[in-house]
Design a protein around this ligand. Sequence first.
Ligand SMILES: [Zn+2]
Length: 219
Amino acid sequence: MEAYDSGLKGITVYRDGCRTGVLNSIKKEVIDHVVRRERPKTTDIKIHKVKYKNLNYMVLVGLVDGKPIEVFGGLEEGLSLPTKYQSATLTKKSRGHYSLVVQLSDDPEDILKVNNVSARFPAEDIMTITRLISLSMRNGVPVSEITDQLQKSAGGMFEAPAIFARVLKNYLEDEDLVQMAALKVCPQCGGEIEIRRESGCLIETCQNTKCGWINSKCS
Ligand SMILES: [Zn+2]
């Protein structure tokens, strides 16, 4: 963290793509230049409702210029919001205290205000994950890297990583997909692959037309 404050603008990330074969060694090294973003006093909020293992969760994603910078979330019972809303914002009041304002219609008076939103999601284990995700986002870690890490823990007895990975996949950008594709090779022929998004799924296609390998990952 000190490195950023003292003016260092880039870090080097080395990633090992050991799963998909020999040819990966050529593409193994990826260099990312990341810039730390400060949280503005108020962020735009996108509300996601996720059903997972018969429980309902709510995930709030804070956006700055349309890009995610923070997440909050937990069991939906902690914070019941109307399904229909126009927009929402989250304003920092003091350390750890955020106030959510949900705009319910065009009428500026028609709002729902929730003070101290974090208190609505008291589960300490989930809160730890959301803090670390937010920290990564503010420090410029691409969403694809964050979802990768979350998916490594998904499927265990602990459900939060899978829930946040599912939500954050909505925020993968085209550059993320290009970068993800650059780190992988076709498991069948070792050729280059392309990744694209299609109705909530990520479709991986081998670029070697003679091979035709295709893989679809839907969360
Ligand atoms: Zn192939």
